[in-house]
Write a protein that binds this ligand. Structure first.
Ligand code: ZN
Length: 474
């Protein structure tokens, strides 16, 4: 079976890792861990995007050479992923000289095949976005993401003939027929709608930007940072010792960059005769405490701070449990604390603790575990697995929560403390049944909360109870 190839975007290195980056990366990690646990070979790629005018400017402001500057920033992401217990297979950096070669070959081939043309271009350019922007994207004449007025830029650029490539290879049809799955469904419809409105060719080089990969055959231009970044997914199959196999099974990202992944990237691959990714999935945005996350408001959530406050697993859990993956939703420290106390401390943690404590108290031995297990949640487990596979993490965790509640209710109904006085056979049946259900939950919880699942497994095996999730006060 082909090694499963899962990617996150490579993150723009001039930004500190925030909760949005963490969201995508944790989701990818959950999937990778889930499939690895099933015995499937997986290659999980993440990394940093390190070229472009914005980086060059920031480097200059910091009094550093661009390369030294990005070398100092990339580890911030590696550190954040370490804190969140992200088990990626490779951390990609676009300043890797081998990647630069692959990009040049990729672009040269597009040119050879007649999908690149040099044209004069004049338009509004947002430095923050690093791209030409359309008037209808602006609010009060300003870029809504950066709150700055775009500048008028005019230059000769190389253009990728997006319209021609999409038509030549029937991109619309490919997406409509799910030969390239764009998910969730609402995003697919957006993409289809945009293709039907008509595609514009896209500028893929920059004349004034020197911090980038030289455009093949023209040293006066560099490859547009976005193209350089997209090619990382292909590049990874070429430059590592133990590479993933093309094509990608899943590109995961936030919705603001779906356009690049669902239209431009597939069109380029088609133009080169390369197989397309199987699936592109765009998740939603966070508001923090009901407000758009922004430095000016001061509500940017740093995943490292959250991990310090709540622990790695609680943050991983809360991110995916707060609202359905694919939709927009709200998060805050208060919400994470509430989730933690309700679901983890009072729910799962308490269930594990009381079960093991009662097994000790009533001297229930694990060896006499039999098959008459009323609380065994096999059917629910299948459904949860399917939800994980289809990236419905919120629903999967909801299903796990239902099992936990169900087991707590089952204990309250059967009252082991009364059975202890009257029916010792039934007593061990009840507790062993809960014990066995908890053991199967370990497998489902492990991708989401690897450390806690490991602790839970040990406690269930040794019957030594220890609080898994101590309550957070205040
Ligand atoms: Zn902008």
């Amino acid at each position: 079976m082909k090694k499963l190839y899962i990617t996150t975007p490579i993150y723009y290195v001039n930004d500190k890792p925030h909760i949005g980056h963490a969201y995508t990366t944790v989701a990818a990690d959950v999937l990778a861990r889930y499939y690895k646990a099933l015995g499937r070979e997986v290659f999980f790629l993440t990394g940093t995007d390190e070229h472009g005018a914005k980086i060059a400017e920031a480097a200059k402001a910091a009094g550093k050479e661009p390369k030294a500057f990005v070398d100092s920033l990339a580890p911030q992401f590696q550190k954040a992923w370490e804190n969140l217990n992200i088990e990626y297979d490779q951390f990609f950096r676009t300043t890797n000289p081998e990647h630069e070669k692959v990009v040049q070959e990729f672009v040269a081939k597009l040119k050879e095949r007649g999908y690149i043309e040099k044209r004069k271009y004049e338009g509004l350019y947002c430095i923050g976005c690093e791209r030409f922007v359309q008037k209808n994207e602006l609010i009060d004449g300003k870029c809504p993401d950066h709150n700055t007025e775009p500048e008028i830029h005019s230059e000769e650029n190389y253009f990728f003939l997006l319209k021609r490539a999409a038509e030549d290879f029937g991109l619309l049809n490919i997406i409509e027929k799910d030969e390239l799955i764009v998910a969730p469904e609402g995003r697919k419809n957006e993409v289809i709608g945009k293709i039907k409105q008509g595609l514009d060719d896209v500028s893929i080089s920059r004349a004034g930007v020197t911090w980038g990969i030289p455009f093949p055959g023209d040293d006066t231009q560099t490859v547009y940072v976005w193209v350089d970044a997209l090619i990382n997914y292909w590049s990874a199959t070429k430059i590592y010792k133990n590479p993933p196999e093309w094509p990608t099974d899943l590109h995961l990202m936030a919705k603001d960059i779906l356009w690049f992944h669902a239209i431009i990237w597939p069109a380029m691959l088609l133009a080169l005769g390369l197989p397309l990714p199987k699936k592109v999935f765009a998740h939603g945005f966070f508001t923090v405490g009901g407000k758009k996350m922004s430095k000016t408001v001061g509500n940017v959530l740093d995943p490292n701070d959250l991990v310090k406050k709540f622990g790695t697993d609680a943050v991983r859990y809360a991110l995916l449990r707060e609202f359905p993956f694919g939709e927009d939703g709200d998060i805050s420290e208060e919400k994470i604390a509430e989730r933690y106390n309700k679901d983890l401390a009072n729910g799962l943690g308490n269930l594990v603790n009381r079960t093991i404590s009662m097994m000790n108290k009533y001297q229930i031995k694990l060896e006499i575990r039999n098959s008459k297990l009323e609380a065994n949640p096999n059917v629910q487990i299948k459904k949860i697995q399917k939800n994980i596979e289809e990236l419905r993490f919120y629903e999967a965790l909801g299903g796990i929560g239902n099992i936990i509640n169900g087991l707590n209710v089952y204990i309250d109904k059967e009252k082991p403390w009364e059975l202890a006085k009257s029916d010792s056979e039934k007593l061990s049946e009840v507790l062993l049944s809960v014990h066995m259900s908890l053991s199967s939950l370990v497998l489902l919880l492990a991708p989401f909360m690897p450390e806690s699942a490991e602790k839970m497994k040990n406690q269930l095996e040794t019957l030594k109870p220890e609080p898994l999730f101590p309550r957070i006060e205040d």
